[in-house]
Ligand binder design. Structure first.
Ligand code: GLC
Ligand code: CA
Length: 556
């Protein structure tokens, strides 16, 4: 397989608002990030993905952008950004930016113009329709509750917003919109950034005629059916020709609703569109008819089935991105593992092993490398996230569940679980701020902060360091082929990686039960590459301990 730096890289995602506050206003900022590059270098990551830092009224924490070429004041200035970029490069790392172009903020200058009159030159930058029988133009729901349409007084028409009403969708069928986006991207590339993570890029091409969808039973609105729309590949290929192919970039598309077949187009190794996508199948396994608001747990066999099909189907034709968590997902340790203090450290290492030994580019979400967990939010007052707050209102008002029940579900699945501040040290607010943090800290930070873990060779942090270093040393981890073993086992995830003569056997126990496993003949007498318990020899019959992870290497 052809080698590429973005295939060999490990990416670290920073959610700037919660990373480090340098000036005591309770909000993380760019100077805070710059001051922690040594920490990221020590961890060994190659690429930093910065969640949005652009000017924004912050209805959705920066995913509602009012000026693509300005920095949000509370995060700092453009000089601070330039300094950060230069410092990242001086550390031998790369920086990729969040590109949010399915929608803008309603406070963007284009939208301010667009809403003024039906013949405004910017009218067609957004998606405007007449209402039907005094209701919205169709039955699509917003991902953040309610209708996807907002009535707008000045012209008496509705505009489409797949997210909040402060995030109107851009009309990608308008070539002027596409040109504006490309020239803005070019502006950032000329600054020297190293790539883009493209927000909900699979939704940019709307279905012609914007037809009603089917409303699932128990739901109030239909899905917009916009994922992988008719022109999405055409637009991305155009973007690639106009901008991406002119620079040495890494690109990853966030692709809600992407199938394996579609991913082969978005992330084809022929390089016509993007390098890779974030797929959502494995993070939808614990959804039910109400979507994410449920206490269902992920079934391991289903997880193995989904991840394995992505591993084998994309191999040789496209490229995977590997993630268990990000700023939209609950903490992976609480969701896929066990955050009980008794197992927290060992289980965080097991999950990391399971993910980092696969083929693809791994993403570490800030705090994951410390074993951060979901947060015990008390009441809705503690919750900042627009998605959780809107769902809370809708579900309790419509009597789908009580306030207590909804809070329980938010503690399990809400996005703020991943947005509590990074835990740096044992000081007040875990060293995140000297002021009042914008959102509560997770109270279970004792020992689970960077300062303690950097010193402790047995910490989650030290284990991540080893995992990341191994990837740099062994081509089999990057380029080797993947094969699932024991597909039906309920608690063990076992797979192999092979490249030429070199082979790895990865065994992960997803339960607290001791579990016996017979090592396949080919791996007997192999050596332990890495594991989360002390183990030197590999017997034929291993008895895996609670949440044990073990990687056995056999060469020749
Ligand atoms: C993406 C982002 C999420 C945001 C949404 C709308 O899914 O990751 O945080 O709310 O798009 O921009
Ligand atoms: Ca600050």
């Amino acid at each position: 397989m052809e080698q590429a730096w973005w295939k060999e890289a490990v990416v670290y995602q920073i959610y700037p608002k919660s990373f480090l506050d340098s000036n005591g206003d309770g909000i993380g900022d760019l100077q805070g990030i710059t001051s922690k590059l040594d920490y990221l270098k020590e961890l060994g990551v190659d690429v930093i993905w910065l969640s949005p830092v652009y000017q924004s009224p912050n209805d959705d924490n920066g995913y509602d952008i009012s000026d693509y070429c300005a920095i949000l004041e509370e995060f700092g200035t453009m000089d601070d950004f330039d300094e950060l970029l230069a410092a990242v490069h001086a550390h031998g790392m790369k920086l990729i930016m969040d590109l949010v172009v399915n929608h803008t903020s309603d406070e963007h200058a284009w939208f301010a113009e667009s809403r003024k009159s039906k013949d405004n030159p910017y009218r067609d930058y957004y998606i405007w329709r007449e209402g039907k029988e005094s209701g919205p133009p169709n039955n699509w729901g917003s991902f953040f509750s309610g209708s996807a349409w907002q009535y707008d007084e000045p012209t008496g028409m509705y505009y489409l917003h797949l997210f909040s009403k402060k995030q109107p969708d851009l009309n990608w069928d308008n070539p002027n919109v596409r040109e504006e986006v490309y020239s803005m991207m070019d502006w950032w590339c000329r600054k020297g950034i190293d790539g883009f993570r493209m927000d909900v890029i699979s939704l940019i091409s709307k279905r012609p005629g914007l037809p009603d969808g089917i409303v699932p039973s128990g739901a109030f609105y239909a899905d917009c059916g916009c994922a992988n729309g008719p022109h999405v590949h055409e637009y991305l290929q155009e973007m690639n020709r106009r901008v991406l192919s002119r620079y040495d970039l890494m690109t990853v598309g966030e692709c809600a609703g992407v199938t394996i077949e579609e991913a082969k187009k978005y992330a084809s190794l022929d390089g016509k569109e993007l390098n890779m996508v974030f797929q959502f199948e494995h993070v939808g396994l614990d959804d039910d008819q109400y979507g994410k608001w449920t206490d269902r747990r992920v079934d391991l066999r289903a997880l193995k089935r989904v991840l394995s099909s992505w591993q084998t189907e994309l191999s040789k034709t496209a490229w995977n991105s590997l993630y268990f968590g990000n700023h939209d997902q609950p903490r992976s340790l609480s969701r896929f593992g066990n955050d009980d203090p008794k197992y927290r450290t060992v289980c965080a290492k097991m999950l990391a092993t399971c993910l980092h030994m696969m083929q693809g580019t791994p993403y570490v979400y800030q705090g994951e490398e410390l074993g951060m967990t979901n947060c015990p939010f008390g009441s809705i007052e503690d919750v900042r996230d627009i998605e959780s707050r809107n769902a809370y209102r809708e579900f309790t008002q419509k009597g789908i569940c009580s306030e207590e029940e909804m809070m329980r579900l938010i503690r399990l699945r809400g996005r703020d679980n991943a947005r509590t501040p990074m835990q740096w040290n044992a000081k007040e607010h875990a060293g995140f701020t000297e002021g009042t943090p914008w959102i509560m800290l997770n109270p279970n930070d004792e020992g689970f902060h960077a300062e303690a873990q950097r010193r402790d060779p047995d910490s989650v942090f030290s284990y991540y360091k080893r995992l990341i270093a191994l990837r740099k040393k062994r081509d089999v981890i990057v380029y080797g082929s993947y094969e699932l073993l024991e597909a039906d086992h309920e608690t063990l995830y076992v797979y192999t990686r092979s490249l030429g003569e070199e082979r790895l056997l990865v065994i992960c126990n997803f339960s607290e039960q001791k579990t016996a496993y017979t090592v396949p003949e080919a791996f007997r007498g192999g050596s332990v590459l890495i594991g989360n318990y002390k183990r030197e020899q590999v017997p034929e019959e291993v008895c895996l301990k609670a949440y044990e992870a073990l990687v056995i290497r056999r060469a020749g």
